[in-house]
Design a protein around this ligand. Structure first.
Ligand SMILES: [Zn+2]
Length: 233
């Protein structure tokens, strides 16, 4: 476990002078829980957010390298970049801890919950049958990510990702799919409607990319000498 830091669970798990704790009701997480857009991230892409995230306070490194995930089961703190890049998606049941092998509790968006509840007959059977194999599969993925964990977070072209991946995908989903659906049901499609939506989604993707780039590149506050001595003891 190169970067996993084992902590004493009885001492509340983590050092709050070193880490800023992100948990509900923090606004950014409330936004995730209440924003209907997160349904797409959670149910389609399988992007889940752990219930407890720790952000290293006094570090010059960018946000993506200061983000850590706490496993409440065994108390290990993992670098958040274990679940980035190629391992960012398909975590429908949440992350699996590479130390103890158990699921790390994650947040659910309220709209995802409502939709998932309505679709229960579709997923309950497969979940009961495949939950254990899925946990093993997730464990394999995260352990491979741990072996090849880069020292620095990969620089991501957020604006390009935002416009092409996010914007493009949202356009396909909200602009093109409804028209295809209309055709499939023998109705008249409104292709003009889809065309009008394209620039709107690309612009939204551009803004998303700018925002993500800003957030992920943000360094922590510099370490003052007193503070550094205090936290090292
Ligand atoms: Zn664990």
């Amino acid at each position: 476990m190169t970067e996993g830091i084992r902590l004493n669970q009885k001492s509340q798990g983590y050092d709050t002078t070193k880490y800023d704790v992100w948990a509900l009701p923090r606004p950014i997480l409330l936004h995730w829980v209440l924003n209907p857009g997160a349904v797409f991230n959670e149910l389609i892409l399988g992007q889940r957010l752990p219930r407890i995230m720790l952000i290293e306070r006094h570090s010059p490194r960018p946000f993506a390298e200061r983000l850590f995930v706490l496993c409440p089961g065994c108390g290990t703190i993992h670098p958040g970049r274990l679940w980035s890049g190629r391992n960012a998606f398909w975590h429908w049941l949440g992350y699996v801890c590479p130390t103890c092998g158990e699921f790390i509790p994650s947040l659910w968006n309220v709209f995802s919950l409502v939709l998932a509840a309505a679709l229960t007959p579709l997923w309950i059977g497969p979940l009961l049958i495949f939950r254990e194999s899925w946990r093993q599969y997730e464990l394999g993925r995260v352990r491979r990510a741990l072996e090849s964990l880069p020292v620095r977070a990969k620089k991501i072209a957020w604006v390009r990702t935002g416009v092409l991946s996010w914007g493009g995908m949202m356009w396909l989903l909200c602009g093109v799919v409804p028209q295809l659906w209309a055709v499939a049901r023998g109705r008249e499609p409104h292709w003009m409607n889809a065309a009008v939506q394209l620039p709107m989604w690309l612009l939204a993707g551009y803004v998303w990319g700018l925002w993500m780039g800003h957030l992920m590149g943000k360094p922590g506050t510099p370490v003052s000498p007193d503070r550094a001595r205090g936290t090292q003891s």
